[in-house]
Design a protein. Structure first.
Length: 265
């Protein structure tokens, strides 16, 4: 039997493959935007039957790019995304270089410490250490968080070249995550200017009600800001006053990681 296949048949197959890839990428973008979604929601968003959405999610889950949220039938981005993001953060492994500093700071500050890098319109957390005072088991590793509503995101935005930041902000939607989220570009730009002036950023219940956080920049050997070192905790304990008192400790830790990454400053 001949294995010959007409050109139009081959073309149809290739088109189907490209469509599947496009749909899979769209699924990842949907989960990145919404945090989590069920099969029905994904199917509706990309305009396919539920069985097709289920197969796409299954394939992504097999690759470790998405995972199910308990037994609720919802899906979210998984740790495999961090592996892919890590491939573009430079040849030196920032997670490895920051680990001892994060562990020390988590004990010293008493709260959860994270290292995050920028990925498109989001900050993605690469490494986390929970402090002795942490009261929740929330794991931020692998999660994409909005730049404008997080301390890490603000540090990364603040230190972008002005033209690049303006271009990025023109494409971003400043969604209100809580009543305290800065949702206008004027508010955000003013806050970013203060971040550059003080050398660190802070958020007061802007991502989640009851959560405060602060972050400092991590630089590469050329002085470019490539990551953010953050500390976060409950608002009743990590108060605004305490954050500003502890900020020099966090900034010193970020400077140490920068030095480990080759920054001479």
């Amino acid at each position: 039997m001949s294995n010959f296949r007409p050109d139009n048949e081959a073309t149809d197959s290739q088109a189907g493959g490209v469509q599947s890839v496009d749909r899979a990428i769209t699924v990842l973008e949907i989960l990145a935007e919404h945090g989590e979604a069920g099969v029905s929601e994904v199917a509706a968003d990309i305009g396919v039957h539920k069985s097709t959405a289920f197969r796409l999610l299954g394939a992504l889950e097999t690759r470790g790019l998405v995972e199910q949220v308990g037994e609720r039938g919802k899906y979210r981005l998984a740790f495999g995304i961090v592996r892919l993001a890590g491939a573009v953060t430079g040849r030196i492994d920032i997670t490895q270089q920051s680990r001892p500093v994060c562990e020390r700071l988590a004990d010293e500050i008493g709260e959860t410490v994270n290292v995050a890098v920028m990925r498109e319109h989001y900050a993605i957390n690469l490494y986390q250490v929970r402090g002795p005072g942490a009261i929740t088991a929330h794991n931020w590793v692998g999660q994409l968080t909005p730049l404008h509503a997080t301390s890490s995101g603000k540090v990364l935005l603040a230190h972008m070249p002005a033209k690049e930041r303006a271009a990025l902000l023109s494409k971003m939607r400043l969604n209100k995550m809580t009543p305290h989220t800065l949702s206008t570009k004027t508010q955000l730009e003013k806050n970013l200017a203060e971040t550059r002036e003080r050398g660190y950023s802070w958020t007061l219940e802007e991502l989640e009600v009851g959560l405060h956080a602060m972050a400092a920049p991590v630089r590469d050997r050329d002085g470019n800001v490539i990551a953010a070192l953050s500390a976060s905790g409950p608002a009743y304990r990590l108060t605004e006053k305490l954050m500003h008192e502890l900020a020099p400790v966090l900034v010193k830790g970020a400077d140490e990681i920068s030095h480990r990454m080759g920054y001479p400053g």
